[in-house]
Design a protein around this ligand. Sequence first.
Ligand code: HEC
Length: 245
Amino acid sequence: MAVLLLGTIPPWVICATSASEDASEDRLIGKSLADLLLAGEAVVSRSQERIDDPKLGDKGLSGKALIEQARDIYRTTTGIDPLSVDPASRQGRLLRVQMDAIVEVMDANQATINAKGTGFKGFIPAVFARLVNEAFARRAKGEAEVKVTGPPDRIRNRKARPDAWETDVIKSRLLAPDWPRGHAYSAAVETGGRPAFRVMVPQYYDKTCLACHGMPKGEVDITGYPKEGAKLDELGGVISIILYR
Ligand code: HEC
C-alpha cells in the first residue's frame, strides 16, 4: 500500500522537498554555530581588561564560567538556550560539540589567563575562536568544520586564508554593494571531494575592533600586527561553516 502510494508521487517532488528541508535545517545549524562562537568571543572581549590585568590572578574564566556567560548571550541573541536543542538532532549534537570545545580551550589556557605579573597575554577573541575551531574540528571528526576567515586583504593568520570558494563568495556576494547587511550566504557545494553544505556568516567591524584593525594603516597594534586601516561597519570577517553530508 505504502509502496503504491509513493509510486504515485513523481520522484523529483520527493527529492526537491527533502533537499530544501535539508538546506533550511543546515542553514540553521550553520547560523547557530556562528552565533555560539560569537557569544564566546563576546565574553572574552568584555573580559579583556581583566584578562590583561597584571595584578589579578584568577580571572574567574574557567571553561564552565565562560560557557555559562556564552549561553546567556546566545539566549539573548537567538531566544534559545543552546542546551535546550534536542541532543539527538544534528544541531543539538554539533552545538554540544562546540560547547565542549569552548570548555576545553578555556580549561587548557588557565595558566596563561591567570598569570600574575603579565599584562597583555595574547588571549584575544580571534585567538580564542581559532583554538575553539581547531578543537571543534577534532571533536566533530570530519562531520563539520568552523573557520573564521575574511576578505583576503584583511587576513593576519595564514591559517585563516579563504579557500577558492570562500574568496569567490566574499567578493561576489558579501562585498557586493547590494548585499543585504548581515545576511548569510549558503550553498550546497562539494568540498574536498565530499558533498557538503556551506554557510558564510558575515561579521562587520565595530568600534572595539578598530583599536587593532583600524587606522592609521600600518601602525603596529598591541598584538604586534600592522593595522589594516579598516573603517567602522566594513566587512571584517566571515564565519565559514562546512557541514559534510
Ligand atoms: C587586540 C587586538 C584585536 C582586536 C580588538 C580585534 N582583533 Fe581581530 N585579530 C587580531 C589578531 C592578532 C588576529 C590574528 C589571530 C590569530 O593569531 O589567529 C585577528 C584575527 C581576526 C580575524 C581572523 C582572520 C585572521 O586574519 O586571522 C578576524 C575575522 C578578525 N580578527 C576580526 C575582528 C573583529 C570583527 C573584531 C571586533 C569585533 C576584532 N577582530 C577585534 C587582533 C584584534
